[in-house]
Design a protein around this ligand. Structure first.
Ligand code: 7TS
Length: 438
């Protein structure tokens, strides 16, 4: 297995990672496929010191990723040279702003292989994308007695909007269970699917367990039952190539800030015929064709779903993030991240009293753990003293904590700029925690 000279397509690398076992025998080789030292120079924050002393060891990429100069500079360029409101000015500068904003939409459409840029709605992020579907699709297509299926490992943002919808309509929320290892129970899913199922909402990659769900299979099964599918791609898009047409899903939601782009911008991909059939989400400027006090009519896609002045600069910044990401050797980046995750897991398993949470066969980038007798918040605070940033708590997934009967976890979440040395720093700091508590 010679990874460095591989001619495999990106999707066959994804397939290798999903099926894991063979690749795991070559973990060390995975790590040698990609040298993070070069890309680290693209991220100014990675050169900083915590409290002026310790090098920043940033292992909270599941919460948000750091931003490369390519994104920072693009935002600066936009505000210095291109800023105006979009879709309304006849003057040259407004047309320029419109061009770069609509250009960003085209870039995002290509990034997830949507096919049509009118299927790309800019939102504030994953949370707003899901709320948009719950509100608009829900209002049109979900009625009393209908069912919405979510998995038991969803982020609150893929639970609560459906609960609000169920409260408003009398629909019923049903939950697909998962195993102790963190794998979705596909038999339970199959049993839950019925002609009453209107929509299945499931995460592509769990932010607590690291589980990669079989979204293509889920979509196919849901479609056979006549249900629509929303995939929450928040944790996926910064790590793997995304192809919404290959998945076949009806909606795909993600956030810019988790894929090296700005905060406050994200995307909802929706299949054109569904978006056409759905009512507006919010009312205001830009989303209308005509307005009178008697009746207003709606603008075409995608503008029907983008009321008010959009987040122009950050959409442009997000497009720069996708360009940056695609400029990196993706197959080797994926191998590297996989190797780094396995390296981290193996090192963490040797820490006395440490238990990994989430050991699905298909797993990526997120490593949750508990340390016997030590609260995760204490771990996080002590690690911070060493410049090591991890997240501790329920990670906006309280039902996952309830199911596993734990109050919280500590979580290291990786990106391609992380290094073996940083994992070693994490483990050294954890050993200090243990020495302090035992
Ligand atoms: N879905 C998943 C799977 C997530 O991990 C998150 C954020 C969201 C949705 C919401 O994304 P937002 O950009 O709209 O806030 N997850 C996390 C996390 O794990 N730590 O901080 C935020």
């Amino acid at each position: 297995m010679n990874m460095a000279t591989t001619t495999m397509t990106e999707f066959s690398v994804v397939q290798q990672i999903l099926t894991g076992v063979e690749l795991d025998r070559h973990c060390a080789q995975c790590l040698s496929t990609f040298d993070p030292t070069t890309v680290r120079k693209d991220f100014p924050i990675l050169q900083t010191l915590v409290r002026g002393k310790k090098p920043l060891v940033y292992l909270d990429n599941g919460a948000t990723t750091q931003k490369p100069l390519a994104v920072i500079d693009r935002l600066k360029q936009y505000y210095e040279l291109e800023n105006a409101n979009v879709h309304r000015g006849v003057y040259q500068l407004s047309q320029l702003a419109t061009d770069v904003y609509e250009g960003a939409r085209e870039t995002l459409s290509r990034f997830i292989n949507a096919g049509k840029s009118r299927e790309i709605i800019f939102t504030r992020g994953t949370t707003e994308s899901i709320n948009l579907v719950a509100s608009s699709f829900g209002r049109k297509f979900v009625h009393a007695g209908d069912e919405i299926l979510v998995s038991g490992m969803e982020h609150h943002s893929n639970i609560v909007p459906w609960q609000l919808l169920c409260e408003a309509t009398g629909a019923i929320l049903k939950v697909i269970s998962f195993s102790e290892r963190g794998e979705l129970d596909m038999d339970a899913f199959s049993r839950l699917l019925s002609s009453r199922t209107r929509l299945v909402a499931v995460t592509h990659l769990s932010n607590v367990l690291g589980t990669i769900n079989p979204v293509e299979e889920i979509t196919e099964m849901a479609h056979q039952a006549g249900a629509r599918v929303l995939v929450d791609g928040a944790q996926w898009v910064g790590h793997f190539p995304t192809d919404v047409r290959r998945i076949g899903c009806d909606f795909y939601a993600f956030s810019g800030h988790k894929m090296f782009g700005p905060t406050g911008i994200g995307v909802l991909y929706g299949r054109e015929e569904l978006l056409e059939a759905m009512p507006p989400y919010q009312g205001g400027g830009d989303m209308i064709a005509t307005v009178s006090f008697e009746k207003s009519t709606w603008n075409d896609l995608p503008y029907k779903f983008e009321a008010g002045t959009p987040n122009i600069a950050d959409a442009v910044g997000l497009a720069a993030a996708t360009d940056y990401l695609r400029s990196i050797d993706f197959p080797n980046l994926m191998y590297y991240e996989h190797g780094l995750m396995r390296y981290a897991e193996n090192r963490l398993r040797q820490v006395p009293g440490l238990r990994l949470i989430g050991e699905a066969g298909s797993k990526s980038s997120v490593i949750s753990f508990v340390l016997e007798g030590i609260h995760p918040h204490d771990i996080g605070t002590i690690l911070d003293g060493d410049g090591v940033c991890i997240r501790t708590g329920h990670h906006c997934c309280q039902p996952v904590m309830d199911k596993l009967d734990i109050p919280a976890t500590a979580r290291a979440s990786l990106a391609f700029y992380n290094t073996v040395a940083e994992i070693d720093a994490l483990v050294a700091s954890l050993n200090k925690v243990i020495a302090m508590f035992r």
